[in-house]
Design a protein around this ligand. Structure first.
Ligand code: DAH
Length: 357
């Protein structure tokens, strides 16, 4: 019995020395010291030893057990230390390494252009007025002198929020997504006029915002895009004020050397109306791919506010005149950077967006 205990102790000590991980250590413990382990099983047989030898054998068995338990604790501590050490090595932080630069976001190219436009008009005393994206037909069309049956009102061009225009339903009450920022002119004029209806104050505002059209998406047209509308109303505003304002803006935005051309045009809400061209940024008028060989780039529509529109806004056209203009910041951004496809703007592709600012 004693010899068996000694042999077991030797075997156990040897096995313990081989245990390298806490997992192996746990296995060792089960194998030798566990409830069904080798030592436990051996010790159960102490009862069968003749009574006179039993105390000595029993004591020896206990000594073996204590020795193994002590050896176990020691080994366990060593393994724990080794494992901690290894973990510290593995996860070591080199505090001398330079930090990783955080990636800084940037404004969307359209937002950048919008801010630039707002900034330039602020220099001229124009305030920003924000009108709603969801409009009534009345404001988007009727009050702007766009008559029923006008092609712009077609279902093909306008997103109606209320399902389909119903027979008998009054046209002006249909809800839609604004197709241009011009309805903001009416909201703004009415709000200004309400301050003093008999003597409405002058208006000098720009109205930036998203517009929506039910269109085929192509490299040149999107179903949503920004516009910046401008509106000035007062007692002595003339076409010369319009031209001076547009000229100031274009030269601040695109360079002091820019040349401008006002071409007669038509919009229902202005009379007279014009479209503004500037000499091509790329070829300076020589003719190139960007300006389609014309030497000119079209950048906005404008005109003197139509008397009907003034009246609809609460301004008496006998005493007040005004000018208005409208431009597309995406188009301006495209011209400025030579972007050839408007669809990039809302695709949220970082490879595109990260090129700006
Ligand atoms: N509302 C016009 C459009 O969406 C743009 C426009 C043209 C606005 C002439 C104006 C203007 O204020 O005077 O195409």
């Amino acid at each position: 019995m004693r010899a068996e205990l000694q042999a077991l102790q030797a075997e156990a000590m040897e096995a313990l020395a081989r245990a390298q991980t806490s997992g192996e250590l746990a296995e060792w413990r089960t194998r030798f010291l566990g409830r069904r382990g080798a030592l436990t099983r051996l010790m159960r047989r102490v009862g069968q030893v003749p009574p006179e030898e039993r105390p000595v054998v029993g004591r020896f068995a206990n000594e073996v057990k204590q020795a193994l338990e002590a050896a176990y604790r020691e080994r366990a501590e060593a393994i724990r230390r080794a494992e901690v050490e290894e973990m510290l090595q593995r996860d070591a932080v080199d505090v001398t390494l330079p930090g990783r630069p955080p990636s800084v976001g940037r404004w969307h190219p359209s937002t950048q252009t919008l801010r630039e436009i707002e900034h330039i008009f602020a220099e001229l005393g124009f305030q920003v007025y924000r009108a709603r994206d969801v409009e009534l037909d009345e404001f988007n069309f009727q009050l702007l002198n766009i008559p029923p049956g006008h092609p712009a009102r077609d279902m093909q061009d306008t997103f109606y929020v209320t399902t389909t225009p119903q027979d008998g339903q009054e046209e002006g009450h249909q809800v839609l997504l604004r197709t241009h920022t011009s309805p903001g002119q009416i909201h703004a004029m009415r709000e200004f006029a309400a301050v003093d209806p008999d003597n409405p104050p002058p208006v000098r505002i720009i109205l930036p915002g998203m517009c929506y059209r039910h269109e085929q998406i192509t490299p040149r047209s999107e179903i949503q895009f920004h516009q910046v509308e401008g509106l000035a109303v007062g007692r002595h505003i003339t076409m010369a004020d319009l031209k001076g304002t547009v000229e100031y803006f274009v030269r601040r935005m695109f360079g002091a050397e820019r040349r401008l051309r006002f071409r007669a045009s038509h919009f229902p809400f202005t009379e007279p109306s014009a479209e503004v061209d500037m000499d091509c940024l790329l070829c300076r008028g020589e003719g190139c791919r960007i300006c389609k060989q014309t030497g000119w780039l079209e950048i906005m529509g404008c005109g003197m506010v139509h008397p009907v529109v003034l009246r609809n806004g609460g301004y008496d056209p006998q005493h007040y005149t005004g000018f208005a203009f409208g431009m597309g910041p995406e188009r301006i951004t495209m011209l400025k950077y030579g972007i050839e496809d408007i669809r990039y703007f809302w695709q949220n592709d970082l490879r595109f967006l990260e090129q700006f600012g």
